[in-house]
Design a protein around this ligand. Structure first.
Ligand code: C5P
Length: 390
């Protein structure tokens, strides 16, 4: 039986952890709970003990606890440590390596993978200190889930809600059963927009956030692949285990892709600008009586170049952002660009820059329509689909 050590922090969302324990037990996963002092203000040890069918640990200084189940032993018997709700304070203490109670001592002493499901007020989540702590924890290899967005117990609205228990259970199950089928493969991914300069201060760009490409890079790396991520200008942290090459223009992206070959798989997610300004001005253009005309020339098509190159990866995947006749355009693009699959999405709604995505996978065999899901879930599903195809 797989075992989870569940650290319950002090937030109103602690009540949702009761449902999480029930879901995990139903999936045959053993759960042992550690309750922080703050957590004990919201749920009782009795509730957690009854649901987990195991004693609940609260204090570092409880001698009986130490004799029967020392803190090292608690983490030793677990396959995964889960922190839910991970409050701003818990994340801060984890990021700083502070060990001033049973929960944080365990987190510092464990050599097991750690998954944190944050929950806090929207301003606390968006505070630069929390941003730094989350970046640090991710760099340290902790999986920090993205909180849900919506109405909060404190009456505010925004990101900071604990992910739904079912989503946390899914993440736990995935973390407990690592799929390493992409080990030994080199996967080349492009992501983000490109910036095409008009003059030294102005450029042509698009609304791509890079999120979907970064999540695909993270999912492939988690499955053991060596991942090279060629990224346009974005404001995203590099996923753990991914080699990132930052570029600005389409031409730089094309050069970086060529330099990163050979690859077993290429996933071209970047929203590459189709045109660039033929001759970008060397100095800032001055406001005059007439608006300047821009003479545009086509950029290299990175996907199509790869599709028709002798160095073509064994599996070549393109993306197609469309606002109408999505599948029809994607099918034509697949053939024209020499790709194996096109992942097509309708970007007429809030997909670009948003959290969720609804995609169709267009292959030589037909079209699969995937249900609308988070970009994280789409990425994981695509990485699995890639592993199936190799
Ligand atoms: O033709 P369109 O831009 O819609 O095609 C989208 C697909 O082609 C994406 O996979 C994108 O990354 C890739 N592409 C490219 N180089 C370009 C334009 C698009 O690799 N210059």
């Amino acid at each position: 039986m797989k075992r989870v050590l569940l650290i319950v922090g002090g937030g109103i969302a602690a009540y949702k952890v009761c449902e999480l324990i029930r879901l995990l037990r139903r999936s045959g996963i053993g759960v042992r709970c550690v309750l922080t002092d703050g957590g004990a203000q919201f749920v009782t040890p009795m509730t957690l003990a009854a649901l987990s069918e195991a004693p609940v640990h609260t204090s570092l200084w409880d001698l009986k606890d130490e004799a029967e189940m020392g803190h090292i032993q608690l983490s030793r018997e677990a396959d995964l440590v889960v922190v839910a709700p991970a409050t701003a304070d818990l994340l801060a203490r984890m990021a700083a390596g502070i060990a001033d109670d049973l929960a944080t001592t365990l987190l510092l002493a464990t050599d097991k993978p750690v998954l944190a499901a944050p929950a806090m007020n929207v301003r606390m989540w968006l505070h630069p200190a929390t941003r730094r702590n989350v970046d640090q924890l991710r760099a340290d290899g902790v999986t920090v889930m993205t909180p849900d967005e919506g109405a909060m117990a404190c009456g505010e609205y925004g990101p900071g809600r604990l992910p739904e228990p079912a989503a946390i259970a899914d993440a736990i199950i995935a973390a407990l059963n690592p799929d390493r089928r992409l080990a030994g493969r080199h996967i080349l991914i492009t992501a983000g927009p490109t910036h095409e300069p008009i003059d030294p201060v102005r450029y042509i760009a698009n609304r791509s956030s890079g999120r979907q490409g970064f999540e695909i890079a993270a999912a492939c790396a988690a499955m053991g692949a060596r991942v090279t991520l060629v990224s346009g200008p974005v404001t995203l942290p590099t996923p753990p285990g991914v080699e990132r090459i930052d570029v600005e223009t389409a031409q730089e992206m094309a050069d970086a892709v060529a330099a990163a070959l050979p690859a077993d798989v290429a996933v071209m997610v970047a929203a590459v600008a189709d045109w660039r300004v033929e001759a970008a001005a060397g100095q800032k253009l001055k406001k005059g009586t007439m608006a300047p005309g821009l003479s545009l020339v086509p950029n290299p098509d990175i996907l199509a170049t790869l599709g028709h190159s002798p160095a073509r990866p064994r599996l070549l995947i393109g993306f197609a952002a469309e606002t109408e006749r999505v599948v029809e355009h994607a099918s034509a693009k697949r053939v024209a660009k020499g790709a194996d699959w096109i992942v097509a999405n309708d970007v007429s709604g809030d997909v670009m820059g948003g959290e969720a995505n609804a995609v169709h996978i267009v292959t030589a065999d037909g079209v699969e329509t995937w249900p609308r899901a988070s970009k994280v879930a789409v990425a994981r599903q695509l990485a699995e689909r890639i592993a199936d195809a190799l």
